[in-house]
Write a protein that binds this ligand. Structure first.
Ligand code: SAH
Ligand code: SF4
Ligand code: F3S
Length: 444
């Protein structure tokens, strides 16, 4: 008999990575298969996110829908994992007694045992502890047919920005040993993966232990991964501006496998707001990091995250952010209206800016970023770009979609056999995110 499970992912790349690991752990159990229709599942797992209020609200409305499915099928098991689970723990079962298991980002490898314990005891099971990073020793090696893969190298965050839940939901920074990361990368490249994206909430805070007890940083790790002949392209995300060391910056100039794109969240251009956020840098210090990066790699594209309407943000503070955007010339970026999160210091700060004002600021910021994004895309017209083929169109098998080094999607005609391969594509035209191009060469 097969047991069908369904996973819904709500959050960031770390959350997506965890969903993949949950699927790996479940599939290693006899008879488990993953499906994409919750209505047909025997087990529904929600991998939740609590970064902003909206994300969290969505989880509870989806849980309501799962409850209706369970009324029709009492054998259905419902599991809640991820950051909401980590923060709320038992409170989830109190609020939604039909939930069967609650697990955190660091206990997802225990899912099969939690499910078995639920079945045996008849009682909901909650395990949201932070058992170091033991999960990596307990998840099976990933099987993949994709050309690109994420590899988590560190977990958690110790920065405690005043608005953010991550240090509470995922625990303090903890790096995986160097040899473990290398083993996972080699397992992936042996399966044909050509692009590796090293992942962490503050990936450049990586401090991994080696077999002889030394500690190595992200620059060393990137160099070691780049030295593997099968690795063709390399990325890392997300970086904290405070930890862009000169060694890491220099690598952007000396390591051609490193993609010409960096996501470097700034949040605000106002020093007053940056201090209230406890980001640990000024706008000038941020610009100095960008200047050094561009000195090492003149064509590097920098994308960012912004929070608009942080408590006490004045028109002048917001103008400072707009000025920084023009000075840096950011590429595609994410921006959000500040969302007060229970338990964080910023949630207690006086905030008298009307929501409409915040929304107007967000729209202005997004419009400016969109213009800059378009400039980058326009400048790519008539250039030849190295593209990793990520998808074959469902409608037409000769239509492919790939990603450029600077994170643009390019659509072009090719053959489905190119999936997961690097090809060179001449860019014709495009809108902001998606470009159109023509195949020039296929690489081995
Ligand atoms: N560790 C990364 C980002 C983690 S969260 C960093 O520090 O750069 C991803 C993004 O969500 C953040 O960069 C921030 O822009 C946004 N964010 C986090 N908490 C938020 C909140 N309370 N309200 C609105 N946006 C938030
Ligand atoms: Fe959150 Fe700040 Fe840590 Fe990023 S660095 S995860 S914003 S606390
Ligand atoms: Fe959300 Fe947790 Fe990621 S709160 S953004 S899923 S670290």
């Amino acid at each position: 008999m097969q047991t069908k499970f369904y996973i819904k992912t709500y959050g960031c790349q770390m959350n997506e990575y965890d969903s993949d690991k949950m699927a790996d752990v479940m599939c290693a159990c006899e008879g488990m298969v993953q499906i994409d229709k919750p209505e047909e599942a025997d087990i529904i797992l929600f991998n939740t996110c609590s970064i902003r209020e909206k994300a969290e609200d969505k989880v509870f409305s989806d849980l309501g829908r799962a409850r209706a499915l369970k009324q029709a099928n009492p054998a259905l098991l419902i599991g809640v994992g991820g950051c909401v689970a980590s923060q709320e723990g038992d409170a989830i079962v109190k609020r939604a007694p039909y939930v069967d298991v609650v697990f955190g980002p660091q206990t997802l490898h225990r899912l099969p045992q939690l499910i078995a314990a639920r079945r045996e005891s008849g009682r909901p099971q909650v395990d949201i502890s932070f058992p170091e990073i033991e999960k990596f020793d307990h998840v099976p090696a990933t099987q993949t047919s994709h050309g690109t893969a994420f590899v988590s190298v560190m977990e958690g965050c110790s920065k405690y920005c005043t608005y953010c839940v991550v240090p509470f939901t995922r625990g303090e920074e903890m790096s995986r040993p160097f040899a473990d990361v290398m083993r996972e990368v080699e397992n992936l490249t042996a399966q044909g993966v050509g692009e590796i994206n090293l992942l962490g909430q503050n990936v450049n805070a990586y401090q991994g232990e080696t077999a002889d007890g030394d500690t190595v940083d992200l620059a060393f790790l990137l160099q070691s991964v780049a030295a593997l002949p099968k690795v063709q392209r390399l990325r890392y995300t997300t970086s904290h501006p405070r930890e862009m060391t000169q060694r890491l910056i220099d690598l952007h100039g000396s390591e051609p496998k490193l993609a010409g794109h960096l996501h470097l969240p700034v949040q605000s251009g106002s020093d007053r707001i940056l201090a209230a956020m406890k980001r640990g840098y000024t706008a000038l210090e941020y610009k100095s990091v960008v200047r050094k990066l561009r000195a090492a790699r003149p064509d590097i594209c920098i994308s960012s995250d912004f929070i608009v309407g942080f408590p006490g943000e004045t028109e002048a503070d917001f103008e400072a952010t707009m000025k920084l955007i023009d000075e840096v010339g950011f590429d595609a970026s994410f921006s959000f209206i500040f969302s007060p999160r229970p338990g964080t210091p910023a949630a207690e700060m006086a905030d008298d800016t009307p929501y409409e004002t915040k929304l107007a600021r967000l729209h202005r910021l997004q419009a400016r970023i969109a213009e800059l994004e378009k400039q980058v895309s326009d400048a790519m017209a008539d250039t030849v770009q190295r593209v990793l083929v990520e998808n074959v169109s469902k409608k037409n098998a000769s239509e492919l979609a790939g990603r450029t080094a600077n994170n643009r999607i390019v659509n072009f005609a090719g053959s489905p056999g190119m999936l997961g391969r690097f090809v060179d594509v001449r860019i014709h035209s495009g809108t902001m995110h998606t470009l159109r191009g023509e195949l020039v060469i296929q690489h081995e």
